[in-house]
Design a protein around this ligand. Structure first.
Ligand code: PAF
Length: 286
C-alpha cells in the first residue's frame, strides 16, 4: 500500500522493517512535478528492487541566486497520485528543516572535483555541490540498495557515479533513458514554463543534437559541428550556453578518434533554460 512519509524517524523505521524482511530497496530522487520521465525511473527501480521509494524535495542548495527556485513547480498531491499509480511504495517528502537542520547556509557541503568544472558546472556555479550535498543526505536517509537517475541530466549522472564510488555508498546506480515528447523534446518539469510559441520552437534542441551526430558521423571537424549547432540555435531564437561534442567522461575528443560520444546542449528560450543530450558512436574513419 502506497504511503507518504514526512518524518525521518518514520522513514527509517519503515526502511529498517523492509530490510529485516530481506527486501531490496530501490530509490528515485526527484524535485517533484513528476512526468513520464520520472515514472519510467520508478518502473526501472521496480525491476531491480522489491520496494521503491521516491523523494520529492525542491533542493534550495542547487539553485543559483538568479535561478528558478521560487517559481519551480510544486505539485505534491498530483505527484503522490502519480507515484502510487506508477507502482511506487513510499513517497519521502522531507521539509527543508529535516533536510538541512542547520539551515541551507549552515549545511555540511559536498564537492565533487573534476567532472563538475565544465559545462553545467561552469554555467551554474555551485549547482553540482548542491546536488551532491542533497543526494548524499537522501542516500543516508533512505539507505537504498539501488537508485535510478535519468540520462537527460548527463553530467549529473557522472557526478553521482563519482560520489557513490568515492564515498563507497553500497548502492547500485541505474541510468534511465530520456523520455521524449512525440516531437522529440525531452520531458522536463521546466517545459511548462514555455509559451505555446516557445514550445513549438523547443524541439529545435533535439533536431540540433541529431544534426551534430550526423556531422560527427560524416567526419566533419568537431569545432565546426559545434559552431554550426550554436549558430542554428541562435537563428531559431535560443541563447545557447553550450552546444558541444564530448567523450563520455566529458573531455574533448580528437577529430579522427573513433569511439563513444555525447552531444550536449544547454540553451535559453525566453526565461527557460533547457538541457538535452544525445549519445552515439563516432565510427572508425574508412
Ligand atoms: O535531478 C533532479 O531532479 C535533482 O537534481 C535531484 C537528483 C533530485 C537532486 O535534487
Amino acid at each position: 500500500m502506497f504511503e507518504t512519509i514526512t518524518d525521518l524517524g518514520a522513514l527509517r523505521a519503515r526502511i529498517a522493517e523492509w530490510k529485516r524482511a530481506g527486501l531490496r530497496v530501490g530509490f528515485v530522487p526527484t524535485m517533484g512535478n513528476l512526468h513520464a520521465g520520472h515514472y519510467s525511473l520508478v518502473a526501472l527501480a521496480r525491476q531491480h528492487a522489491d520496494r521503491v521509494v521516491a523523494s520529492v524535495f525542491v533542493n534550495p542548495t542547487q539553485f543559483g541566486p538568479n535561478e528558478d527556485f521560487a517559481r519551480y513547480p510544486r505539485t505534491p498531491e498530483a505527484d503522490a497520485a502519480g507515484l502510487a499509480a506508477a507502482g511506487c511504495d513510499l513517497l519521502w517528502l522531507p521539509s527543508v528543516e529535516t533536510m538541512y537542520p542547520y539551515g541551507a547556509g549552515g549545511a555540511v557541503r559536498m564537492h565533487v572535483p573534476g567532472v563538475t568544472d565544465t559545462l553545467e558546472g561552469a554555467h551554474r556555479p555551485g549547482h553540482f555541490d548542491g546536488v551532491a550535498t542533497v543526494v548524499t543526505r537522501l542516500f543516508h536517509q533512505v539507505q537504498p540498495d539501488v537508485a535510478a537517475f535519468g540520462r537527460k541530466d548527463y553530467q549529473q549522472l557522472a557526478v553521482i557515479r563519482y560520489l557513490v564510488r568515492d564515498l563507497a555508498f553500497p548502492i547500485e546506480l541505474l541510468a534511465g533513458e530520456t523520455v521524449r515528447e512525440p516531437d522529440g523534446l525531452a520531458m522536463s518539469s521546466r517545459n511548462q514554463y514555455l509559451s505555446a510559441e516557445e514550445r513549438a520552437r523547443a524541439v529545435e534542441i533535439h533536431r540540433t543534437l541529431l544534426a551534430m551526430r550526423e556531422g560527427i558521423r560524416c567526419g566533419w571537424p568537431r569545432e565546426q559541428v559545434e559552431a554550426e549547432a550554436a549558430q542554428r540555435l541562435l537563428e531559431t531564437g535560443f541563447d545557447p550556453d553550450y552546444a558541444v561534442v564530448r567523450r563520455p567522461d566529458l573531455t574533448e575528443p580528437d577529430d579522427a578518434e573513433p569511439g563513444p560520444r555525447v552531444a550536449l546542449i544547454a540553451a535559453r528560450l525566453g526565461r527557460t533554460r533547457l538541457i538535452d543530450n544525445l549519445e552515439f558512436e563516432r565510427p572508425t574513419p574508412p
